[in-house]
Design a protein. Structure first.
Length: 78
């Protein structure tokens, strides 16, 4: 059986406006730091639709997901 896909998760701090929508969607995956900027709590992570929802709903498109093995862009969509 193939291993479960894993994603690298990055947040572009220069784009993040601290809306915390990602924290609301996946509080075990993202947290705001002392500068009110989001950061992933772990990366890479097992593929998780809530992480994808967080990336899709970020108003600044600051969250990037890539396949941890191939580097393929998962979100935002190309
Ligand atoms: S949803 Fe986007 S802009 Fe809002 S805190 Fe998360 S990464 Fe930053």
């Amino acid at each position: 059986m193939a291993p479960a896909p894993r994603w690298t998760v990055t947040v572009d701090r220069s784009r993040c406006v601290g809306s915390a929508m990602c924290v609301g969607v996946a509080s075990d995956r993202f947290a705001l730091d002392g500068d009110a900027r989001s950061a992933p709590l772990a990366s890479p992570v097992e593929a998780d639709e809530r992480v994808r929802d967080a990336a899709a709903n970020c108003p600044m498109e600051a969250i990037e997901l890539r396949d941890a093995t191939t580097g393929e862009l998962i979100d935002p969509y190309a």
